[in-house]
Design a protein around this ligand. Structure first.
Ligand code: ZN
Length: 202
């Protein structure tokens, strides 16, 4: 099982970190050991600046390679909210030196995922609204309609390089408003105004 992630998929977020607007999806991966679905987030000893990035997460439901965008929707049928936890202090250093991001993005516990819901239970236009509250304050608000690359475009593009397998997850990028979290913070995720997770930082 693998976790694919899309970077810079919302214009306002790319700008807030001083990045260019990409012309094709920016992909990176997290290993299975980064996934956690229950319990609290354990602050790693190697970072003093962990950022939350709230994202819509797709679950792949059948194996595919070189998937056409027009049929990409057949390859995922469930959605969740996830947090792409990022050691921003490490990432900034690695980016500055032109080095790979894995230490900052793919460490144990860096991929939180809520429970999944069937995509068909959301409204048909699939402009999905989601929000993150930190200690009760709204910090991120996103809508899938604002993504630079749609779910179908991401699935199609990624499958050119990586065979997608049943159970793989795709983090589809974070909207603006990323920021640091610290011990005792409480993160709450809402999908279409319904609370679907509450997570404590330890
Ligand atoms: Zn992200």
């Amino acid at each position: 099982m693998k976790i694919l992630c899309v970077g810079r998929n919302y214009v306002a977020h790319a700008k807030e970190l001083g990045n260019e607007i990409p012309t094709e999806p920016v992909l990176f991966m997290k290993p299975g050991t980064s996934l956690f679905v229950e319990g609290s987030f354990q602050y790693p000893s190697f970072s003093e600046e962990i950022h939350y990035e709230l994202e819509l997460v797709l679950k792949i439901c059948k194996t595919g390679k070189n998937i056409l965008a027009a049929s990409a929707h057949e390859f995922y049928n469930e959605i969740a909210l996830g947090i792409d936890f990022t050691a921003r202090d490490l990432q900034t250093e690695l980016k500055k030196n032109g080095l790979p991001w894995e230490k900052a993005k793919s460490f144990d516990g860096s991929a939180f995922v809520s429970s999944f819901i069937p995509l068909e239970s959301l409204h048909p236009s699939r402009n999905i609204h989601f929000e993150l509250l930190k200690n009760g304050n709204l910090v991120q608000m996103g809508n899938s309609g604002d993504m630079l690359f749609s779910f179908d475009e991401i699935v199609s593009f990624a499958s050119k390089y990586f065979t997608l397998e049943k159970g793989d997850l795709i983090f589809t990028g974070t909207p603006e408003g990323v920021g640091a979290c610290y011990a005792h913070d409480v993160l709450c995720g809402k999908l279409e105004n319904e609370k679907i997770f509450e997570l404590i930082i330890e």
